[in-house]
Write a protein that binds this ligand. Structure first.
Ligand SMILES: Cc1ncc(COP(=O)(O)O)c(C=O)c1O
Length: 372
């Protein structure tokens, strides 16, 4: 296997562009010494809230904890059911389990890879306490339909916006339509920190207050703990890094869309490739550029691309309902299972060059020919 020439993600241009600002931000925190809940945390929270047009943003140590704390704030507990998608990172389901609740998986829309909202109503029972749509790969789920149904049935919606910072649905930002939105700033995310980080957005004062308390061991006032909470604060250093990156995100998301448009064109003549579908009312931010491969062995294509020096990833090879903890449960989710067999995410970052994309496309064409 040759050395990877084009990785799936390369942050070096971004680092070079921001090097001086990043250094200054880092040094300011180190000199100041307020590593826990320093002023940069509040500043970052305020900046994100302004950008998303939301009342509260609460910095947390991960996207996983943003989901956990949102569900805790809503009082989801043992015996409850939470409806979600089987085509996501396990953290989505894990957060539900941490409440003692049970994930109820609903199959995906094959075009968008997101939860098929038309199938959600049939999954609602008297125990359903919440629905977690995941805005996968940077494109939002069908939120108008979902919010309409959830409101009708009095069920809370927590958006897993881990992969969709800045994506919109009819002009409304991901993470701002449900009662809470959970964001990840894991380093590979489109707004990524230099370690674990995340945050929660909400317009609900009660949720905001509960999550702020829960992230600090269930205390509003130090040592006067009111609830069994968590250590889930956003590090000051990570907040400072994120503050530097935040103003660039609208431009970088636009660059991602331009990269996707170039891929769409380059891959249009390959009959085995289904390029991503972008619904017109939703602004996709292409956290991933994920194709489907039809009539050809996806894993073989991936291996051949690796030999040609092209990094790709399969998000996700196992739909959640097929993980060992659900063994013995009888799920029928054919679209998620099929997507898991066909998907392949190609190199994607805002500053990938057209030449690199041409190299990816040429290697893909060869790999498909060789694998077929
Ligand atoms: C869809 C989804 N949900 C949740 C998470 C969890 O975020 P984190 O890694 O910050 O805990 C991630 C990313 O890792 C994700 O992609």
């Amino acid at each position: 296997m040759s050395e990877i020439q084009i990785p799936i993600l390369d942050l070096s241009t971004e680092v070079e562009l921001l090097w001086d600002e990043l250094n200054a931000a880092f040094q300011a925190v180190v000199r100041d010494g307020r590593f826990i809940m320093g002023p940069q945390v509040r500043e970052f929270e305020a900046a994100v809230a302004a950008m998303l047009g939301v009342k509260h943003v609460i910095g947390l140590n991960s996207g996983t904890d943003a989901l956990v704390l949102a569900l805790r704030a809503l009082g989801v507990g043992a015996g409850d059911e939470v409806i979600t998608t089987p085509f996501s990172f396990f953290a989505t389901a894990e957060a539900i389990h941490h409440m003692g609740a049970r994930p109820i998986f609903v199959d995906i829309d094959p075009q968008t890879f997101n939860i098929d909202v038309a199938q959600v109503a049939a999954a609602i029972t008297p125990r359903t306490r919440a629905i977690i749509p995941v805005h996968l790969f940077g494109q939002m789920a069908d939120m108008d339909e979902l919010m309409h149904l959830a409101r009708q049935r009095g069920i809370a919606v927590v958006e897993d916006a881990a992969q969709a910072f800045g994506a919109t649905y009819r002009g409304r930002y991901a993470g701002t339509m449900g009662v809470a939105g959970a964001f990840s700033a894991y380093p590979t995310k489109n707004l990524g920190a230099y370690g674990d980080a995340g945050f929660l957005a909400t317009n609900d004062d009660g949720v905001a207050e509960a999550v702020s308390m829960l992230r600090k061991h269930g205390s509003r006032r130090k040592y006067y703990n009111e609830a069994v909470g968590y250590n889930s604060r956003l590090d000051t250093l990570q907040a400072a890094i994120l503050q530097v990156k935040l103003p660039h995100i609208p431009e970088w998301n636009a660059l991602r869309r331009a990269v996707a448009a170039r891929y769409d064109e380059l891959l249009a003549t390959m009959p085995q490739v289904v390029t991503p579908f972008a619904a017109p009312e939703r602004e996709h931010i292409y956290h991933q550029y994920t194709i489907r491969l039809k009539g050809v062995d996806r894993d073989r294509v991936k291996a051949l691309l690796a030999e040609a020096g092209i990094g790709t990833m399969v998000y996700y090879p196992v739909p959640l309902h097929q993980l060992p903890m659900y063994a013995g449960q009888d799920w029928h989710l054919p679209q998620a299972a099929q997507a898991a067999r066909e998907v392949l995410s190609l190199p994607m970052w805002p500053h990938i060059t057209p030449e690199q994309q041409q190299q990816v496309a040429a290697a893909l064409r060869q790999a498909i020919a060789a694998a077929g």
